[in-house]
Design a protein around this ligand. Structure first.
Ligand code: GDP
Ligand code: IMO
Ligand code: MG
Length: 420
């Protein structure tokens, strides 16, 4: 049996914290897409840690963590991250597994990401520059190198061949950068990866499922960044939605049960692209400062705005969301008035659907206004002792989406979560 936790917005919904919270109920936690563009924050006691490649179940002893085939892996980040979790006493050689089909991010992928962004001028995606797009391009272009390849005697030759293809592209971009340091780190990372558990991920996970083990698939990014269904071209390069779980881990769709979607009580986006509910005023600044909305991976300030139910309804539809977790309700504590976008006005016409090309249309958000709860919501311990103002806000979202908001997260700590 497999449950899924994924983001319903433009990423950074709090997936790391929520996966860490739920991990105790599962045997295996698996990342199925994305790469080190992800930054999943969780707290181990008082200590904050941001995971980029390792699944967020790693701090639970006895739980297996799998990096699935749908991920693109940066061995340099992985090596560093393994060292930082080892400092907490985690034995990665015991509970971290990597699929041999996982594609590798090469130093030249990172250079190409940078070159491509530079060439776009003011149309840049706002990529994290981790080499994600070029690595997935080599996967679908059937050129990429995979984790299993590092064990083959001709790996260095394969690497050199791909690097020279990349060099031609970099020359076309007229992009010059000395990548020799990156390459040294890359090969150190490759040697390190050889010391980890490299497995045939699809047999590994299906065997666990057959044995009755419970699997939790951890999404990265968010549904509105999905390469097919997000705000293209301002998206990432993988399928971030629940359908990506099957291809990203090698499991059949019938094995998937719950799809737990996470939304913030408001909305953020980092990088370029449409964001109909964005607030460019002092309320936006308030959300950014109070919510500490700065990228976990790049440190960039996140764009902030009101919750967008048009986008959330779309995300619930394409993912088949069965339960919702709403995070960061505490960030709205001091606001006397809250807004919820329940319609778009697209080129002057009311719409309840996501338009094809959001950045070509003139989209205005239409809002419904709610009273704020004006209290310290981190003290709430059950849905029953929530103020009516908060109940109204949540109930409206619940009814609109027709999916139950089952959990409210009211602080960054592992146990700061209220269940209905
Ligand atoms: P992810 O990428 O979805 O895992 O999210 P990030 O880790 O990038 O960003 C979420 C941020 O919000 C992190 O700094 C978390 O520690 C923090 N966070 C998560 N849930 C809550 C919450 O309910 N309240 C508050 N105040 N912070 C939260
Ligand atoms: P988590 O898992 C928020 C955004 C980038 C950029 C676009 C493409 O922490 O929620 P990429 O590097 O993938 O080519 O960038 O996607 N992006 C994210 N935004 N959270 C993330 O991950 C993101 N991963 C990528 O900012 O706009
Ligand atoms: Mg993040």
């Amino acid at each position: 049996m497999v449950d899924v936790i994924l983001g319903l917005q433009w990423g950074d919904e709090g997936k790391g914290k929520i996966v860490d919270f739920f991990a105790k109920d599962y045997d295996l936690i698996a990342r199925f897409q994305g790469g080190p563009n992800a930054g999943h924050t969780l707290y181990v006691g008082e200590k904050k840690i941001v995971l980029h490649q390792i699944p967020s179940g790693i701090f639970h002893e006895e739980k297996i963590n799998l990096i699935g085939n749908g991920v693109v892996l940066d061995v340099v980040t992985l090596k560093k991250e393994c060292a930082s979790v080892a400092a907490f006493g985690v034995d990665v050689r015991k509970n971290l597994y990597v699929s041999e089909r996982t594609h590798l991010i090469l130093p030249t992928h990172r250079a190409l990401d940078k070159a491509s962004e530079l060439s776009k001028g003011d149309q840049k995606i706002g990529s994290t520059l981790k080499g994600i797009g070029p690595a997935y391009m080599d996967k679908t272009g059937r050129n990429g190198l995979r984790v299993g390849d590092i064990l083959h005697p001709n790996f260095k030759e394969q690497y050199a061949n791909l690097k020279s293809k990349h060099q031609q592209l970099l020359d076309n971009f007229n992009f010059q950068e000395d990548i020799s340091e990156w390459e040294k780190d890359f090969f150190d990372g490759v040697e390190f990866l050889k010391t980890l558990n490299i497995v045939n991920g699809e047999y590994f996970i299906n065997q666990k499922i057959k044995e009755g083990k419970k699997v939790l698939a951890e999404g990265a990014q968010g549904s509105m960044l999905d390469v097919d269904f997000g705000t293209f071209p301002f998206v990432t390069s993988s399928n971030t939605i629940s359908a990506g779980v099957c291809s990203g881990l090698g499991i059949p769709p019938q094995k998937i049960k719950d799809i737990i979607g996470i939304t913030k009580a408001y909305c953020t986006r980092v990088g370029s692209g449409p964001f109909p509910t964005e607030l460019l005023d002092e309320t936006g600044d308030f959300l950014r400062n109070t919510g500490n909305e700065f990228g976990s991976t790049t440190g960039r300030p996140r764009r902030c705005g009101w919750i967008d139910l048009v986008a959330l309804q779309f995300a619930c539809m394409i993912n088949g969301v069965t339960k919702i977790v709403m995070t960061k309700t505490d960030i709205l504590d001091a606001l006397t008035e809250l807004k919820v976008c329940d319609k778009y006005i697209v080129d002057g016409v009311e719409k309840s659907e996501i338009p094809f090309q959001m950045n070509h249309a003139d989209i205005k958000a239409s809002y419904r206004i709610f009273d704020g709860w004006n209290m310290d919501s981190s003290t709430i311990t059950s849905f029953d002792n929530m103020p009516d103002t908060m109940k109204n806000y949540i109930q409206y979202i619940n009814n609109f989406l027709n999916v139950p908001v089952k959990y409210i997260s009211n602080g960054p700590g592992r146990e700061q979560i209220v269940c209905s």
